[in-house]
Design a protein around this ligand. Structure first.
Ligand code: PEP
Ligand code: MG
Length: 319
């Protein structure tokens, strides 16, 4: 029994009935890889590449990018590494690429993929560096775009990845329009990944940086759970995977609910991995589905959490 507990503490993520749920890490660069490995990450589910680009007078060269990407890929031989293309905007401004005009609402402005539509050369340089890094590594590189609103945008990004020679191109679901039409986006992309931080911000029209609105940023909000379920179903219907890489994935109780909603992998800050791994290993898939149904039937975040927990007895003493 002790052996089983130890395996659950460090092995691949799975429910008690053996349904695999890859547990991946969110990182900001090669410096975070050690922590990801130490906490048993099976791969990287979100590499936020903007840290390479921020606080500098000129864009990083293709060569500099390639070596940073290769360093991360080489840490996971044979494993999965999902790299997100640059997610900059007036909220995370680039010194070498000032906003075209004043943006009164940066979160609603030319950020993420929208910036690439105006400056495709920055995207193409990044995709090229990623393709060269992938060619030198045994890791399975998957590249995804942030702030995708429509299937048309998804198709545009996927085509650019194809032109660069990248094997797998996905899109983030962090805008309600993308969740509502997830099936259309999944028809274009190889995979979906839900960013619950921004999805909550845009669903509740609540600035994620405003402490006074944290109640509306609560990932247990039933409306957010509905959109996550819709996104997962859209992906499944197209035979594609759909992960979650927002902070919600690191809550052990919510992680079980996300699996019950149909999410296929979870990516989180490395220190959150062990508790999520343990919570999943103590419940079967059916319990996760029942917990998810109960949470969606609630009318408040508090009620959703309590209702979900009543179906997840293995959490006692865990979370
Ligand atoms: C998100 O929006 O949930 C996400 C994972 O991306 P970021 O927090 O970097 O915006
Ligand atoms: Mg985001």
């Amino acid at each position: 029994a002790r052996k089983a507990v130890l395996a659950a503490a460090s092995g691949p993520g799975a429910t008690s009935d053996g349904h695999a749920v890859p547990l991946l890490a969110n990182i900001g660069g090669p410096g975070d890889v050690a922590s990801a490995l130490e906490h048993g990450a099976e791969g990287i589910g979100l590499y936020r590449t903007e840290f390479l680009f921020l606080d500098r007078a000129t864009a990083p060269s293709g060569q500099e990018q390639e070596s940073a990407y290769l360093e991360v890929l080489n840490a996971f031989p044979g494993g999965r590494v999902i790299v997100r293309t640059l997610d900059a905007g007036a909220d995370k401004p680039l010194a070498f690429l000032p906003p075209r005009g004043e943006e009164p609402n940066p979160a609603l402005g030319e950020r993420g993929l929208r910036l690439f539509k105006i400056n495709p050369e920055i995207m193409n340089e990044q995709l090229g560096a990623l393709a060269r890094a992938a060619a030198q590594s045994s890791a399975k590189l998957q590249v995804m775009a942030p702030m995708v609103a429509t299937a048309e945008e998804a198709a545009w990004f996927v085509a650019a990845c194809g032109d660069a020679g990248l094997p797998s191109a996905g899109v983030m679901i962090e805008i309600p329009s993308a969740a509502l039409r997830a099936s259309d986006l999944a028809a274009e992309a190889d995979f979906l990944s839900i960013g619950t931080n921004d999805l909550a911000q845009y669903t509740f029209a609540a600035d994620r940086q405003l402490g006074a609105l944290t109640m509306l940023q609560d990932a247990w909000q039933p409306a957010l759970l509905d959109l996550i379920a819709l996104a997962a179903a859209g992906a499944v219907g197209r035979g594609k995977s759909c992960g979650v890489c927002g902070e919600a994935a690191g809550d052990p109780v919510l992680a079980c609910v996300l699996v019950g909603l149909g999410v296929t992998s979870l990516s989180m800050a490395p220190p959150a991995l062990p508790a999520v791994r343990a919570a999943l290993s103590r419940h079967d898939r059916e319990q996760c589905v029942l917990a998810a149904q109960a949470a969606r039937a609630a009318i408040s975040p508090q009620e959703a959490r309590t209702a979900a927990r009543s179906h997840l007895p293995g959490l006692a003493g865990l979370a």
